[in-house]
Design a protein around this ligand. Structure first.
Ligand SMILES: *Cc1c(COP(=O)(O)O)cnc(C)c1O
Length: 485
């Protein structure tokens, strides 16, 4: 057929819009968007015809021009346009706090509370009893105090923001003493020395990469009292130039470990030193672990135990091992927390009602550690037993077999990780389903799984495609299987 004839046969927009499927779609969504989709599809076909070679013209299938086919293409395009950029995927990597996949999944009650609170108006800054303005800082302050032993708490956007405001409030124009073994970089642009510079505090590094002693901290401290003790004539001129110490700071080595000939100062010793010189002691703890999880192989500091040392200020993320929404939680002594609440940066870093809704519901679980372990997804994943995971892997293999009997499936042992820059040395023994397809490489299966309706993000190890079940929820098994159809 020649080009002119094909162009003549292109259906009219109105003609396509009469197709039953589109009439329904237009009623359900929007006549404007349906018409637009049809116009675009017809436009595309026209351009294609105009670009065809002689051979192409001879091979062109005229069915594409039927109104029914154009309507189908328009419906597909509409569905694609409606898809948002942020949508769920299934994490089959076995890495629990996968930063790229949104760190901690929320517990059911947190999700429900976000819906309840954000659908309408709420008590975000309103005290219902008194009928007057309230403060969003009070929403979770008492609960955090009850759970951790802190005097007061404050919530900001994330732990990077928490670090920034703590340093700005307690250290601006002064020195903050940090061990050289703890000058952490946490992915992206978060580096302790850089945040320090932004906050207006001065970093005073002490010790070495592998060893820092309490005397290293003490030798670096400079206070007005120390300066007074110097006899004018023997005064070391360096000391008159020096800034005063604002605080002592410990940073948790969240995403690395130093092994071999090492020494670091424990929180208790640092707290004692702070007392002696009346200096606040800050702990950037990072992960926000609220319970002792050492029986599950996780030997990390936790919030209540750290506060029990008498530390003045501790800060951590809401979406790491706490298992809640993205947030930075600062807690400790009231006199320091009040300073931060009044700091001009507090407004720039304040969080939304959705965060408070999710955070309060998550924190409430910790009133009973058993409930936290049962209901908070990431704690659940950490505590999952090998037997449970083997069973889940068996069920997943069964589901996959139901939809595709040609694949070679095998249950294999794997080592899962905490992820999210937390507990890098911990390996959790788990189970996975290894999937092989005679014709295809692991890479090619992995790509296809990412294109499923609900994308499945798998792990590839030694050229094998692995579906690690630790991070796949029970109610996601059938969805994972459906991706193999
Ligand atoms: C993760 C982490 C941060 C950054 O926290 P975000 O919530 O990701 O901003 C800061 N310090 C430490 C020690 C951390 O582990």
């Amino acid at each position: 057929m020649n080009r002119k004839e094909l162009l003549r046969r292109l259906p009219k927009i109105d003609e396509v819009l009469k197709e039953e499927s589109l009439v329904v779609l237009a009623e359900e969504s929007s006549p404007l968007l349906v018409t637009e989709a049809v116009r675009e599809v017809i436009g595309d076909i026209r351009s294609r015809i105009l670009g065809l070679s002689e051979d192409g013209l001879a091979e062109f299938s005229v069915e594409i021009l039927e109104p029914g086919r154009v309507a189908e293409a328009a419906a597909r395009r509409l569905a694609e346009d409606e898809k948002l950029n942020l949508y769920p995927v299934i994490n089959a990597t076995g890495t629990i706090l996968h930063t790229n996949l949104g760190r901690a999944p929320l517990c059911e009650d947190a999700v429900e509370n976000v819906g309840r609170v954000s659908r309408g108006y709420s008590t975000l800054e309103y005290n219902v009893e008194k009928g007057m303005r309230g403060s969003r800082h009070d929403l979770v302050g008492e609960l955090i105090a009850e759970l951790t032993g802190a005097e007061d708490a404050m919530v900001v956007n994330n732990n990077a923001a928490a670090t920034m405001i703590v340093l700005a409030a307690l250290g601006r124009g002064k020195e903050i003493i940090v061990s050289r073994g703890e000058l952490v970089e946490i992915g992206g642009a978060f580096r302790i020395p850089d945040i320090m510079a932004q906050s207006g505090a001065f970093l005073q590094e002490v010790g070495t990469s592998n060893k820092t002693k309490i005397s290293d901290y003490e030798n670096a401290i400079m206070t007005d009292e120390i300066l007074e003790d110097y006899d004018f004539f023997e005064m070391d001129p360096r000391h008159t130039e020096r800034f005063r110490t604002g605080a002592l700071m410990k940073v948790h080595k969240s995403n690395y470990d130093i092994v071999g000939f090492t020494e670091e100062v424990e929180l208790e010793e640092l707290v004692e030193l702070g007392r002696k010189y009346k200096l606040p002691v800050i702990f950037d703890m990072g992960n926000g672990l609220m319970l002792d999880m050492s029986e599950y192989g996780l030997r990390e500091p936790n919030v209540p135990a750290s506060l029990a040392t008498g530390i003045d200020v501790i800060l951590f993320s809401g979406d790491k091992l706490l298992g809640g929404p993205q947030a930075g939680i600062i807690c400790g002594k009231k006199k320091y927390i009040s300073k931060m609440k009044k700091h001009p940066l507090a407004r720039a870093m304040r969080v939304d009602k959705m965060t408070f809704a999710a955070l309060e519901a998550t924190l409430a679980k910790y009133k009973d550690p058993k409930i936290a372990l049962r209901d908070i997804p990431i704690l659940n994943m950490i505590a999952a037993s090998e037997d449970d995971m083997k069973e889940r892997a068996e069920r997943l293999a069964e589901e996959i077999r139901k939809v595709n009997s040609k694949l070679a499936l095998e249950l294999v042992r794997v080592e899962d990780q905490i992820g999210g820059g937390s507990a890098p040395m911990v390996r959790l023994p788990g189970w996975a389903v290894s999937v092989a397809d005679g014709k295809r490489s692991a890479d090619s299966i992995e790509r296809r799984l990412r294109k499923a309706e609900v994308p499945v993000i798998a792990r590839i190890s030694d050229d094998r495609l692995l579906l690690c079940v630790r991070t796949i929820a029970e109610n996601e098994l059938a969805t994972v299987a459906a991706a193999f159809r």
